[in-house]
Design a protein around this ligand. Structure first.
Ligand SMILES: NC(=O)c1ccc[n+]([C@@H]2O[C@H](COP(=O)([O-])OP(=O)(O)OC[C@H]3O[C@@H](n4cnc5c(N)ncnc54)[C@H](OP(=O)(O)O)[C@@H]3O)[C@@H](O)[C@H]2O)c1
Length: 290
């Protein structure tokens, strides 16, 4: 497949490498110093905690050129608007793989509704200067599939094709029927999580502050209660139904784990904060508009 990976940050770089190494014709779209670095060194990848850095020469470009079988958008929530216009004139399906609680409508309004697919990346990592340090898979993360779906929930031939391409590249994708509800549920959980972690100064620091974790749980419960549908996946229901003391203990344990520490939760960049703010706005607008 001819694939454009739009956004050469942590997940975009990692996915571009996986798809390139699986034999696809991949271009990785970057800008500024990141583009210069990719052209000089290729994508530099290392497992979190490992000194070994691999350099993979994925072609880097600064603007989309021609049509693609698939464009995967891996930018932050607040950066999506700046990307849409450049995708409007291109051919090909576009899979948006990022935090997003505004639904498919505003995306399709700019690029064409028939081109939009939604998903969320299951990879995680941090950026260490120019090196992407990805979180090694463990028994838990290996079981978590990357959800991808059509906005109307159908399992179409193109969805099957895309899932197959990701799986063949070692990315555990799964066709998921209620992607919109999935993304809103995730946002309801991730906005309080991300913002409380930021305020505390990192996941481990938050784990030490039991009251702050309890406050975060209340915000998650409020957000989930404001959703019109039950959480998707249903596992998030546990945040509403299990006893508070148990959940606080589980959340504190998670915040100290390598799964949390080697993820975007350790990212204190302005982009992380801006993304969470935009996502919170999208949730508020959704609650107001219902
Ligand atoms: N990292 C994780 O552990 C993780 C895990 C799960 C989900 N996610 C989610 O996945 C999404 C992507 O995350 P990420 O960690 O890969 O983010 P990231 O490292 O910030 O990468 C985003 C990249 O897109 C680039 N970009 C933005 N607008 C652009 C434009 N108009 N033209 C060209 N490049 C542009 C950014 O460039 P600039 O730096 O120049 O802005 C940056 O390189 C986010 O929604 C994130 O929350 C991340």
């Amino acid at each position: 497949m001819k694939i454009l990976v739009y956004g050469a940050g942590i997940v975009g770089s990692l996915f571009a490498v996986r798809l390139h190494e699986a034999g696809h014709d991949v271009s990785l779209l970057a800008r500024g110093e990141r583009l210069a670095s990719l052209r000089r060194h290729g994508v530099q990848l290392a497992e979190a905690g490992s000194p070994a850095v691999r350099r993979i020469p994925v072609p880097a470009i600064d603007r989309p050129a021609g049509g693609y079988d698939l464009v995967t958008v891996l930018v932050r929530t607040h950066q999506v608007d700046s990307v849409l216009a450049s995708l409007a004139g291109l051919d090909g399906d576009v899979l948006f793989l990022h935090n997003w609680a505004a639904g498919a409508q505003p995306l399709g309004a700019v690029i064409g509704h028939e081109r939009v697919l939604l998903g969320f990346p299951n990879a995680a990592g941090t950026m260490d200067r120019d090196v992407v340090r990805y979180r090694a898979a463990n028994a838990v993360t290996r079981r978590v599939a990357m959800p991808i779906g059509e906005p109307d929930g159908r399992t179409t031939p193109r969805l099957k094709r895309i899932v197959k391409a990701f799986r063949a590249a070692g990315i555990n994708a799964k066709a998921t029927p209620q992607m919109d509800a999935w993304l809103r549920t995730h946002a309801a959980f991730t906005v309080p999580l991300g913002q409380t972690v930021q305020a505390a100064g990192g996941p481990a620091a938050l784990a030490d502050d039991k009251d702050a974790v309890r406050g975060m749980l209340h915000l998650m419960r409020q957000n989930l209660a404001a959703l019109p549908t039950p959480p998707v996946p249903r596992g998030f229901d546990a945040l509403r139904t299990l006893p508070e003391g148990l959940l606080v203990a589980v959340l504190r344990r998670f915040l100290r784990s390598p799964t949390a520490v080697y993820s975007g939760l350790s990212n204190t960049s302005p982009a992380e904060r801006a993304e969470l703010e935009r996502l919170a706005e999208q949730l508020r607008a959704y609650a107001r508009g219902r």
